[in-house]
Structure formats: C-alpha cells, structure tokens
Design a protein around this ligand. Structure first.
Ligand SMILES: [Zn+2]
Length: 162
C-alpha cells in the first residue's frame, strides 16, 4: 500500500518534471528561434550606448537611448499644440527607463488617436519630460525634445544642472 502510494507519488513527480522540461524546452526553442537577432541588437546597443544616451536637460539623469526611437503615425518627431496654445516638439520612444509615469490615464486631448496618456516625469528631478501612451501595440513615450539633452551632447551631467 505504502509502496503503491510511493510509486504513484513518484509518477506524479515525474509527470510534473516532464511537463516542466517540455515547457523549458519550448521556452529555449523560442529563444533559439530569434536568438541570433536578439544577440545582434544587444551587441550593437552595447557598442554605441554611451553616445546614444538622451538625458534630462535639467539634471542629467539618463532617460533613454537613440536605439529606443520609434515612429508613431509615420514619424518619430511630432509637433503639437496643447489646448493652452503651447507648442511641443516631441520624439517617440519605445522605452524610457529614466521616466516615472504620473497621474491617472486619460484620453482627453490625446495627440495620438485612441491612445490614453499619463504624464512622464524625470525619475530624478521630476521635471515634466512628456507623456506615456498606451497604444494597441504597447506602451510608448512621447518626450519633449527641448527638455532632453540629445546623444552626442558633450556637456557633462554636472554642467547641465543649474
Ligand atoms: Zn531630471
């Protein structure tokens, strides 16, 4: 009886293991399928990273890199006028790890059709740097280009803080 229970327990474990192994194999298989592409983009990113960094113009905090630039509605750069008449020139980025998202998501006055937005602020000094948008294809950031120091700007972060 005990032996039966043991074997049944063992079978269950093996069953679970096999399932886990299958899941892992599937995972690695997925990795392998686009592995070469992933490695290449990571390598390129490391190669050119330092001079690709966009920083907060107010405090020098790293916000994103040139590699994160994307086009939305057929352009990377967009110029918008807010309801108060203020003109913003923004660039679109897939990720902006130096930003914090603030406020409730809303689609009021959204510049990108069907994309609710939140405020995006500098994670270090909380300067308003733009907005994050929820698009069908995922989150992206629209950052005010005048509030970032672009890649290739040789001024050190310390020099930018005023
Ligand atoms: Zn900042």
């Amino acid at each position: 009886m005990l032996a039966n229970a043991f074997f049944s327990f063992r079978r269950r474990c093996l069953g679970a293991e096999a399932l886990e192994r299958a899941a892992l194999l599937h995972f690695f298989d997925e990795q392998r399928r686009d592995g070469s592409e992933t490695e290449l983009s990571l390598y390129e990113q490391q190669e050119s990273r330092e001079e690709e960094i966009y920083r907060c113009a107010a405090c020098g905090h790293e916000i994103t890199t040139a590699g994160e630039r994307i086009t939305v509605q057929e352009a990377h750069e967009h110029t918008f006028v807010n309801p108060g008449g203020y003109v913003y020139r923004i660039g679109c980025f897939r990720r902006a790890w130096g930003c914090l998202q603030a406020g409730e998501s809303t689609d009021a006055f959204s510049w990108f059709k069907g994309c609710p937005w939140r405020y995006a602020v500098c994670g270090e000094c909380f300067a308003h740097l733009g907005w994050s948008y929820e698009a069908a294809g995922g989150l992206f950031f629209g950052l005010i280009l005048d509030r970032l120091s672009p890649p290739g700007d040789l001024a050190s972060p310390g020099d930018l803080a005023r």
